[in-house]
Design a protein around this ligand. Structure first.
Ligand code: TMP
Length: 214
């Protein structure tokens, strides 16, 4: 499958960073630009992957062995790529994806302190050469994000319940990943107003992918 025809943008960040809201605003903006796009999310984004999502976002925080949890995320991702992301990119669409593989490194790697080399091997076997054209990392202090998220997610709060120390490691992980992959990652201060975050993201997309917008 050729992924190069399309444009793959991932939205990453901790709990309550506002990435889902911003993804919708960017989708609306792309409507005005006449861009053919889809919006999707992880874990999930395909019927089979949504079944796996429920196993991950509900229930006791310690219900899975760390390796099981990683394999479940990558199982969902394999389904998502095969059924949704891959065909859309092949057809030349833009794919706006709410979370992708950086979330596994941040949450399971940094958050749960799981060996990142092992995650990289699973990644290679599952995702191969599919790399986002642009990754937007929405950064927010943990307490602010958890407060926002707490008002929202009913029943899908398994990760929110993992404690502040866990989420501190996730946040630090995202920032380290963004620094290591500065060619594709941009960090946005998500504590700003919704409109300012939106205009920052729009500027980044125009700067990086402007030639594809016309
Ligand atoms: P969401 O709340 O953004 O829909 O994401 C669901 C939860 O899944 C969120 O708390 C982060 C977590 N997650 C991981 O731990 N690893 C992953 O690879 C992904 C995609 C999500």
């Amino acid at each position: 499958m050729s992924y190069n025809n399309g444009t793959f943008i991932t939205f990453e960040g901790g709990e309550g960073s506002g990435k889902s809201t911003q993804l919708k605003k960017i989708a609306h903006w792309l409507d005005g630009q006449g861009i053919d796009y889809i919006t999707t999310r992880e874990p999930g984004g395909a019927p089979s992957a949504e079944i796996i999502r429920k196993l991950l976002v509900e229930g006791d925080t310690d219900r899975w062995q760390p390796i099981t949890e990683i394999l479940l995320h990558y199982s969902a991702r394999a389904e998502h790529i095969a059924h949704t992301i891959g065909p859309s990119l092949e057809a030349g669409r833009w794919v706006l994806c709410d979370r992708f593989a950086d979330s596994t490194l941040a949450y399971q790697g940094y958050g749960h302190d799981f060996d990142t080399q092992t995650i990289a091997q699973i990644h290679q076997a599952t995702v191969g050469k599919l790399i986002p054209d642009l990754t937007l990392v929405l950064d927010i202090p943990v307490h602010t994000g958890l407060e926002r998220a707490g008002n929202r997610n009913q029943g899908e709060d398994r990760y929110e319940r993992m404690g502040v120390d866990f989420h501190d490691r996730v946040r630090a992980g995202f920032l380290e990943l963004a620094a290591k992959n500065s060619n594709r990652c941009q960090v946005i201060n998500a504590e700003q107003t919704m409109d300012k975050v939106f205009s920052d993201i729009r500027t980044i997309i125009e700067d990086k992918l402007g030639s594809r917008l016309s």
